[in-house]
Design a protein around this ligand. Structure first.
Ligand code: BMP
Length: 250
């Protein structure tokens, strides 16, 4: 990721999210996604795919076309499936997404290591792909889970859930963690734990109220941006502006 980001001179990851539309209009949706990706490609380092295109288009023959297009443009592709199940199921989920060409997927550390995250990391290692873990989400309710005070199961001391997840990301050798741009103080704390060992991916810029510069100053390495680009009158201009405002860490 670091290599692609430097080459493209961009820290922006495009969240290719679209609002609900009639599932019969699948072809239009695919055309729209491909056309925005083409326009925006020079200004980003990766795409992130969530349920928005995956549910109507499916993976093989649908979203996979977008992943292939991203790769041809020299970009990486992250699957934002927030894997959150038992190990055997997680393994199958990871195998399908990696088979579709995704370079990394996002998983939820609440499931724990044994029979949870471990099979995902094993499959990732086998295919030389990445795993990114959630550490503190960008929405308000994140405080109820990621923000709660817990007794760490290993140290038996009181800590914040997100700091415990940050330490686990280091221990597991995660390729990144997700921390909302809406909570720069949490980015700062998590960055103190991770240093340069695990990069912070930060969604929540623009539509959710987070600021690009603030998130980067706090320690985010990549900005994940959806509506601010996708729903702009000129997605390429919006992406270029964000790229320019996020120049500092490169
Ligand atoms: P937008 O820039 O339009 O708010 O999109 C952000 C994207 O990142 C969405 O796909 C959302 O589901 C995802 N996301 C987020 O906003 N906050 C998180 O904490 C984790 C996410 O994956």
């Amino acid at each position: 990721m670091e290599e692609v980001s430097r080459k493209k001179q961009s820290s922006i990851i495009l969240a290719l999210d679209f609002p609900f539309q009639n599932p019969q209009d699948r072809e239009n949706l695919l055309t729209k996604a491909q056309s925005i990706l083409k326009e925006v490609s020079p200004h980003i380092c990766a795409i992130k795919i969530n349920h928005h295109p995956t549910l109507p288009l499916g993976i093989f023959g649908g979203v996979q076309t977008i992943v292939n297009q991203a790769h041809k443009a020299g970009l990486l592709a992250i699957m934002d499936c927030k894997v959150n199940d038992i190990g055997a199921t997680n393994q199958t989920i990871a195998e399908y997404y990696y088979a579709a060409g995704f370079d990394a997927l996002i998983a939820n550390p609440f499931i724990g290591w044994e029979e949870g995250l471990q099979p995902i990391f094993d499959i990732a290692k086998k295919h030389q792909r990445g795993v990114i873990l959630l550490a503190y989400m960008s929405h308000k309710g994140a405080a109820e889970g990621y923000g709660q005070t817990v007794i760490d199961s290993e140290t038996h001391t009181q800590t914040k859930q997100y700091l415990s997840f940050a330490k686990k990301a280091l221990k597991y050798g995660a390729d990144g963690v997700v921390v909302g741009a809406t909570v720069p103080e949490k980015i700062r704390e998590i960055h103190q734990v991770l240093g340069k060992n695990v990069p912070i991916y930060s969604p929540g810029v623009g539509a959710q109220g987070g600021g690009a510069a603030t998130a980067l100053e706090a320690g985010a390495r990549y900005l994940i941006v959806g509506r601010e680009i996708v729903q702009s009158a000129d997605p390429a201009v919006a992406a270029e502006k964000l790229k320019a405002s996020a120049k500092s860490p490169i």
